[in-house]
Design a protein around this ligand. Structure first.
Ligand SMILES: Cc1ncc(COP(=O)(O)O)c(C=O)c1O
Length: 434
């Protein structure tokens, strides 16, 4: 607890940070303010008012090991001793790349980036260079970072759904960039084929979240990813799995391992750095060697792959490749999801919770389980925000995502006891809003 309250920090913060925050979505609309954290440990964090929460955001999926994991702590101490930023690679960089090439099915070579947005930005540049085509086919409801190339057509509001590919998701994105975006609904092979046919010779890349966590965790329908794999071969288009969110959530190999469909290229991130910013582009030799200094695609930066992040990444990979990591995570998850399904069935609230490994979504007020973003347009943002606010009052933190049907999750630090507390709170809150 600090002498200045959360509400006071918010007022003070607003004078020096736009909206009092360093990331636009940190204002939790369900709570009515950002939560200023004093300390995070394991499955919990404490705000500056001394209020403790079980964390069901886990850093949007970055804290898969929980907060303040001893191995990550160690890695940071080692980095401080070795020299934090020489802007040069060390043997650790190669060791981590070797580990990832073992873990991720499509990976023969790796390029590290810090954020997931940087990873998709540079991977798209690579795909455009390799395919020689500028247009990208993306799916409504999917998210691939906040940069100009993909922050178009992801989550258009209903009134923009007649031309989703024209919908710029932020002011400041130049209109001409929309010409490079083609959209289709997820889980619809017919629509995907049509989009490829209508843009034949122009689309070079199909990008998707193999599990659509950025719309409530909608899973691929049986056969969909396989069909997409065939279609992209037929049309000679690069298949790009954006696994920034799906990587490591159910297995060390990501959704491509979970579903047995191997893309041409993928991006991974979030959890990879054990809480530090670390993401990567993974692909086959021939494609990855288009990056300079071998090829002609630029990807460089002073802060690429800083030592603390790489050492934390090594510690993370060692943790998740231990024999018990995923079985233990599954035990906690299975119990929790069983409880959640029962609570939802008993609540009378039309609510769906698609899930994949340690992450799940919540869609409220929609009768049928959604198979694509379009099915979630009737999702009740108001109910979601009430849910988030009421859970927070009872000590369980869900991030609000502006009330949108997004993703939540747990970490390896969450025990079954923790999750039972979450279930009790969720059950109580659903009773109040049904
Ligand atoms: C699928 C996907 N791609 C890219 C990103 C962007 O990653 P970052 O927030 O690290 O920039 C995210 C973040 O939520 C994501 O879920």
């Amino acid at each position: 607890m600090t002498e200045v309250s959360n509400a006071q920090w918010y007022e003070r913060g607003k004078t020096v940070l736009p909206g009092g925050v360093c990331s636009s979505t940190r204002l939790n609309q369900g709570i009515g303010s950002p939560v200023y954290v004093a300390r995070a440990d394991g499955a919990r964090f404490t705000d500056v008012d001394g209020r403790e929460y079980i964390d069901m955001s886990c850093g949007h999926g970055a804290a898969l090991l929980g907060h303040n994991h001893p191995a990550i702590h160690e890695a940071l101490i080692q980095a401080a001793e070795l020299g934090i930023c020489c802007a040069a690679d060390m043997p650790y960089h190669i060791q981590l790349a070797e580990m990832l090439c073992e873990m991720i099915p499509c990976a023969e070579k790796i390029r590290f980036t810090n954020s997931g947005s940087e990873a998709t930005l540079h991977a798209i540049r690579l795909c455009r260079a390799v395919s020689g085509k500028d247009k990208i086919l993306r799916f409504t409801g999917h998210f691939h970072g906040y940069h100009e190339h993909t922050y178009i057509g992801g989550h258009p509001p209903r009134e923009a759904m007649d031309a989703p590919s024209k919908y710029r998701e932020s002011a400041g994105i130049p209109e001409p960039l929309t010409q490079f975006i083609v959209t289709a609904p997820f889980n619809d092979l017919g629509a995907t084929r049509k989009a490829l046919e209508e843009n034949i010779g122009e689309i070079g890349t199909v990008i998707l979240e193999p599990v659509n966590f950025n719309t409530a965790g909608i899973p691929p329908q049986p056969g969909y990813l396989e069909g997409l794999r065939e279609l992209t071969r037929e049309f000679d288009v690069i298949l790009f799995f954006d696994e920034v969110q799906t990587s490591f959530k159910k297995s060390a190999g990501g959704a491509q391992q979970d579903f047995g469909v191997i893309p041409d290229i993928c991006t991974i991130g979030k959890a990879l750095g054990g809480g530090l910013p670390l993401s990567a582009i993974c692909g086959p030799d021939q494609m990855m060697d288009r990056f300079k200094p071998v090829g002609d695609v630029q990807h460089s930066g002073t802060f690429n792959a800083p030592l603390p992040n790489i050492l934390a990444g090594l510690a993370f990979c060692k943790a998740v490749t231990s024999r018990s990591f995923y079985p233990d995570l599954a035990v906690v998850g299975d119990e929790f999801y069983k409880g959640l399904d029962k609570i939802i069935a008993d609540s009378g609230v039309p609510l769906h919770a698609p899930r994949h490994g340690a992450r799940f979504g919540l869609v409220m007020g929609v009768e049928q389980p959604p198979v694509c973003y379009e099915d979630t347009l009737d999702h009740r943002k108001d109910l979601m925000l009430t849910f988030v606010g009421e859970c927070a009052k009872r000590g369980v933190y869900f991030h609000d995502y502006g009330g949108a049907p997004c993703h939540h999750g747990f970490s390896s630090a969450h025990t079954t006891d923790d999750m039972n507390i979450v279930l009790d709170v969720v059950g109580a809150v659903l009773k109040t809003i049904s």
